[in-house]
Design a protein around this ligand. Structure first.
Ligand SMILES: NC(=O)c1ccc[n+]([C@@H]2O[C@H](COP(=O)([O-])OP(=O)(O)OC[C@H]3O[C@@H](n4cnc5c(N)ncnc54)[C@H](O)[C@@H]3O)[C@@H](O)[C@H]2O)c1
Length: 315
């Protein structure tokens, strides 16, 4: 039975990817160190949910620990690696740049070395739209210049992409790097605004709106992201970078209005200046994903936030 190694399976996107793979009957091994960046009970809940499936193995394992990882590769001999473990969060990366470099770059290099040693058929990297930096020209295309990241997180993701390229070029590893655009949905990250704003609005507490609300994001439903990732499994890419976004940008004000409709509560808003590391707009050109993967995002913001809210109420 061929094994798929998913890193970061206790996290938001990783848990959805593992679940979808297990539902397809795949054998999944995940490594995740349960990083304390957010509520551990959410990550433990994700692992408990995945443990209900046959064919699932979990290791509490740090991707910076090369020997620990090597033993897992030796034991399970994965044919494919979907690498989603990372220190996530743009703003937090300003406080701990070294840590972001160690995990997001160093951890990725550990995995690339082992993937190469074990001749895996496919290596998928979860990268980020943040690599595009502070651009006003939209939509963002994979061929756009990405030499000016504006946060340690973005720099770490671009560095990870570059190391992927190196391993492809030197050893012919089959690699696809996905640039995700603000992913949301059930089991979403508590530090991201769908979760944060829903919680505050429900509690009747004010939300902080950075800027005048005109900043724009391309919100992508997690189920659509999972479809894009699963479409890679039997493909040969050589080396590709592919945007996975929704290709529809929404202003922060419209986003807040959608949260109000979904929760049935009015938001109290406090305005603060935009943080320096926040980009003003993201919008994905998804022509390449459509062509190469048949990617066709089908869940819009309101429908996706409604699904998120259904999950949130069960917490
Ligand atoms: N959610 C988004 O909107 C978004 C956007 C762009 C890129 N991404 C990328 O997608 C991937 C998944 O993001 P997510 O939103 O699910 O985040 P997440 O924080 O929920 O998941 C990441 C997981 O990685 C684990 N992890 C962190 N450091 C680790 C280490 N040293 N060793 C092993 N595991 C470690 C964490 O415990 C966590 O469970 C990340 O690489 C992230 O950078 C996410």
């Amino acid at each position: 039975m061929s094994v798929i190694l998913v890193t970061g399976g206790a996290g938001f996107i990783g848990s959805h990817v593992c679940e979808a793979l297990l539902k397809k009957g795949e054998t999944v091994v995940t490594v995740d160190n349960l990083d304390p960046y957010y509520d551990l009970s959410q990550k433990e809940g994700n692992i408990a949910l995945l443990r209900k499936h046959k064919g699932f193995t979990y290791y509490r394992q740090d991707i910076c620990d090369r020997e620990g990882l090597a033993a897992i590769f030796e034991k399970h001999k994965p044919e494919r690696v979907i690498h989603l473990a990372a220190k996530a969060g743009v703003r937090a990366s300003l406080e701990f740049p070294k840590l972001y470099e160690e995990v997001n770059v160093g951890g990725t290099v550990n995995l690339l070395e082992l993937a190469n040693k074990h001749k895996v058929k496919l290596f998928v990297l979860g990268s980020s739209s943040s690599v595009y930096g502070s651009r006003s020209k939209v939509p963002f295309r994979e061929s756009d210049p990405v030499g000016e990241p504006i946060s340690p997180y973005a720099a770490s993701k671009r560095s990870a992409e570059l190391f992927c390229y190196v391993f492809h070029s030197l050893y012919n590893l089959n690699i696809v790097c996905f640039r995700f655009f603000t992913v949301f949905g059930p089991r979403g990250r508590p530090d991201m605004i769908p979760f944060k704003f829903t919680k505050l609005v429900l509690e009747g507490k004010p939300i902080i709106r950075y800027g005048d609300g005109s900043s724009k994001r391309d919100y992508t439903y997690v189920g659509d992201v999972v479809s894009g990732i699963l479409a890679t499994l039997d493909k040969t890419f050589g080396f590709e970078i592919i945007n996975l976004g929704n290709n529809k940008t929404v202003t922060l004000n419209d986003f807040i209005a959608t949260i109000e409709r979904v929760t049935g509560k009015k938001a109290k808003i406090i305005e603060e200046p935009m943080p320096k590391a926040d980009v003003p707009i993201t919008c994905a050109d998804i022509t390449k994903a459509r062509k190469m993967l048949g990617f066709s995002p089908s869940t819009g913001l309101e429908e996706g936030l409604t699904k998120f809210f259904e999950w949130y109420k069960t917490k």
